[in-house]
Design a protein around this ligand. Structure first.
Ligand code: HEC
Length: 103
């Protein structure tokens, strides 16, 4: 009986995730800076930006990207460089204001 209850709870949980992912897919709150387009286009193929729209240290970003390649992400060397640059310039805890960097 316990097992059935657990599965029902899991089902509801998955539904909640799907609903919030759908709602989040319209949202675009990454900093405006060169590379944003490519990053958004590539990184929202499998999930919403809510999963990664938060600052991380640069070395964590390269681990995240490697991890996503393991998840099946495919990017050219150029896209890889653009995304890594974008994230490590604009999405790190001490970013200097992305708008200033873009000008
Ligand atoms: C091919 C599909 C795919 C693409 C493209 C993709 N991801 Fe993911 N991502 C996943 C999956 C699947 C998960 C969930 C992994 C898990 O937690 O089980 C995930 C989870 C994440 C997480 C959460 C990891 C954690 O520690 O909880 C972050 C951050 C993330 N992705 C960032 C990115 C970024 C940044 C990009 C673009 C460079 C990207 N993803 C592109 C499939 C993808």
């Amino acid at each position: 009986m316990k097992t059935i209850g657990k599965f029902a709870a899991l089902g509801l949980g998955a539904l909640g995730v799907m609903v919030s992912a759908a709602a989040a897919s319209d949202m675009s709150d990454l900093p405006d800076a060169p590379g944003k387009d490519v990053t958004l286009a590539v990184c929202t193929q499998c999930h919403g930006i809510d999963l990664f729209a938060q600052p991380r240290p640069a070395e964590e970003w390269s681990q995240v990207i490697t991890f996503m390649i393991g998840n099946g992400m495919s990017v050219s060397d150029e896209e890889y460089g653009t995304i890594l640059d974008y994230l490590t310039t604009n999405m790190v805890p001490d970013a200097q204001g992305p708008v200033a960097a873009a000008e």
